[in-house]
Design a protein around this ligand. Structure first.
Ligand code: G6P
Ligand code: MG
Length: 215
């Protein structure tokens, strides 16, 4: 039914719409620093870890003042507290259409299932969604040295699942994430728009269109 042995999913924007909560929390933080923040800017932050995202926001500030490491940590913490508040009421109703069906299809086909999110909140989000036990392996973002677009997180997931990268299908909504999948030597399924996710092998609008046999 599939030429792959494992499917490795991103979380935010693929399985659940936390991408929107990240957007809201970053927007408030950016504007508190006088930085204009819109959906276009947010697209560049998708898949980028917390401190990396903050650096991109502060680098685009008109005032260009220097922030100390302590100030940066405090700002990142403010954003994260706001984000955690936003996700605290999440439940299985926040699963994106087609997500559970896609996970179950992969399971039925006998493939291994991994999760590769650079979010340190990923375990909490999986718990709230009630889908933790659907994964054979979830990468702990705290153990990853280099975020996406580096392939490290996808390579770690493949290694822990015991599957060669070439036998893995990676699923991502972020430009940086698709780059990471391709750099890992995997097949990249993009969730979004083909003119944004130009490096992906195949792009679909949402997991509702997930068709394992077709890739
Ligand atoms: C995901 C999201 C990013 C987010 C990152 C870190 O990759 O796509 O928008 O910045 O995780 O999330 P965290 O929950 O650790 O701040
Ligand atoms: Mg994502």
């Amino acid at each position: 039914m599939s030429r792959f042995k494992a499917v490795i999913f991103d979380l935010d924007g693929v399985i659940t719409d936390t991408a929107h909560y990240h957007y809201l929390a970053w927007k408030e933080l950016a504007e508190s620093q006088g930085v204009h923040f819109d959906h276009e800017f947010n697209e560049r932050l998708k898949g980028i870890d917390r401190m990396g995202s903050l650096d991109l926001i502060l680098a685009s500030a008109a005032h260009q003042r220097q922030y100390t490491p302590e100030e940066k940590l405090a700002l990142a913490d403010t954003k994260n507290k706001h984000y955690q508040e936003l996700i605290s009421t999440m439940s299985s109703k926040d699963l994106l259409p087609g997500a559970v069906e896609a996970l179950d299809t992969v399971r039925r086909a006998g493939l291994r299932i991994g999760l590769a999110s650079v979010s340190k909140n990923a375990f909490t989000v999986l718990e709230r969604l009630g889908i933790t036990d659907k994964f054979d392996y979830v990468v702990d973002a705290a153990t990853i040295a280099r975020g996406k677009p580096d392939p490290e997180i996808f390579l770690k997931a493949a290694r822990e699942l015991g599957v060669a990268p070439a036998d893995c299908l990676g699923v991502e909504d972020a430009v940086a994430g698709v780059t990471a999948i391709k750099a890992a030597g995997m097949f990249a399924l993009g969730i979004g728009h083909p003119f944004v996710l130009t490096e992906a092998d195949v792009v679909i609008t949402s997991l509702k269109e997930f068709n394992l046999a077709a890739y």
